[in-house]
Design a protein around this ligand. Structure first.
Ligand code: AMP
Ligand code: ZN
Length: 133
């Protein structure tokens, strides 16, 4: 399969590996948004989070709890953002499930997405369409 993360996992492409277990591998992003930007990927190829079995997604989140503090400590960060881009419209480029840990520093210049105006009616219309209650 022509998947860059599968090639990294197979050892065909080098990486700065920071963690590995039976299910997951983690390595540093080569184009970091901030120092310590880390990617956690399932070893098995799944296209995105929604295609990923629940037990693998759970392991991914446990690995975030393990690795985010270590990434922050490694670069002296005080917080982090967790990102899981899903679908090309979201900015997902590598179609192999991965979580981004992006360490954050006070005043580091990274900006959050702008908010949008929305009416109470529209909020409720959306909520009604997606409810599983
Ligand atoms: P996404 O936009 O969520 O698909 O993110 C893919 C990420 O993979 C980007 O942040 C890239 O910088 C990163 N990336 C691509 N190729 C490599 C590589 N060979 N080693 C480490 N990170 C990579
Ligand atoms: Zn893959």
């Amino acid at each position: 399969m022509n998947c860059i993360f599968c090639k990294i996992i197979a050892g065909e492409i080098p990486c700065n590996k920071v963690y590995e277990d039976d299910v997951l591998m983690a390595f540093l992003d080569i184009h970091p948004n901030n120092s310590g930007h880390t990617l956690i990927v399932p070893k098995e190829h799944f296209e995105n989070l929604l295609e990923t079995p629940a037990h693998v997604a759970e392991a991914l989140m446990v690995a975030v709890q393990l690795l985010a503090p270590r990434a922050m400590a490694a670069v002296g960060a005080t917080g982090f953002n967790l990102g899981v881009n899903t679908g090309s419209s979201s900015g997902q480029v590598v179609m192999h499930t991965h979580a981004h840990i992006i360490p954050r520093f006070e005043g580091d210049g990274l900006v959050h997405w702008p908010t949008k105006e929305i009416s109470a009616e529209m909020l409720e219309e959306i909520a009604e369409k997606m409810r599983v209650l």
